[in-house]
Design a protein around this ligand. Structure first.
Ligand code: MN
Length: 268
């Protein structure tokens, strides 16, 4: 049993069932952990940090958390929670676990996700990080958080023996199935998910035109992608690297003379 210390957070709020289920399961498995999570839903805030006002952090009511789990509420974003969790609550943390998110983080959606961004913040701060999402709907009645919690535990145990390369996190998406019906684990690449009818126009009660961004997801079902794996009953594990530089383009831009554009010539 490893003694690695975990910092848990999410973007659905501190009492969201996904986070509570994950914290209790990992605590039961013997992982020392602290929960530092937003006091309200912060889904799709991306990687935002709160820089324009003070942030509050407090010991939160236990709710359904198991005795022995340290829980702190925060009125900031998921990334704020990671920063404060490491700077204020437990500087000895060596792994950030974010989730279990209510809903998937597949394809390019991970760039909007507070859940995945919190894991990115862990990587930026030099720690290991795992984001865990359940491919479920918003209604809680038939959500298999336990499947995702057990999957996360298996991955954390695996990480105890196998270190990820620096700057890398794991984006884990779990099918919304009972544990017995999961087909297995698959290492995947980020897939493509677009949204049909992304903007809905309507009039608000005052008659002003308003817009709602949502839409129906449409996936490019290429084999080996995250969307393909989850659709086939597999736990999708995508290694995500934080260096967004597109290295082949460096050569292209240089060869095609982009650097010859400067220095400035006088404008007339
Ligand atoms: Mn969420």
């Amino acid at each position: 049993m490893t003694a690695r210390r975990l910092l848990l957070t999410n973007d659905d709020g501190i009492y969201a069932p996904g986070l509570v289920t994950l914290a209790n399961r990992l605590h039961e498995a013997g992982y020392p952990l602290a929960v530092v999570a937003p006091d309200r839903e912060r889904s799709s805030v991306g990687h935002a940090l709160t820089l324009n006002r003070p942030i509050r952090l407090w010991e939160a009511e236990r709710g359904h958390y198991a005795p022995g789990v340290d829980i702190f509420g925060c009125d900031g974003t998921p990334s704020d929670c990671v920063v404060l969790g490491m700077e204020v609550i437990d500087p000895t943390v060596d792994l950030v676990v974010s989730g279990i998110n209510r809903g998937p983080n597949l394809g390019d959606d991970l760039t909007y996700s507070g859940t995945v961004s919190a894991a990115m913040e862990g990587v930026i701060l030099g720690k290991g990080a795992v984001a865990v999402s359940l491919n479920c709907q918003r209604s809680e009645a038939q959500n298999h958080y336990e499947t995702a919690a057990v999957s996360a535990l298996k991955i954390l145990d695996w990480l105890g023996e196998n270190a990820l390369s620096r700057g890398t996190l794991l984006n884990v998406n779990v099918p919304n199935l009972s544990l017995e019906t999961i087909e297995g684990f698959m290492v995947t690449r980020k897939g493509l998910r677009t949204y049909e009818g992304k903007v809905t126009e309507f009039r608000n009660p005052h008659g002003a035109l308003s817009y709602w961004i949502a839409g129906k997801p449409e996936d490019d079902m290429a084999e080996g992608t995250d969307v393909w794996a989850v659709a086939h009953g597999l736990v999708s594990v995508t290694p995500i690297h934080m260096d967004m530089t597109h290295f082949p383009s460096i050569r292209f831009l240089k060869e095609k003379g982009l650097e010859a554009l400067g220095p400035d010539t006088p404008r007339r």
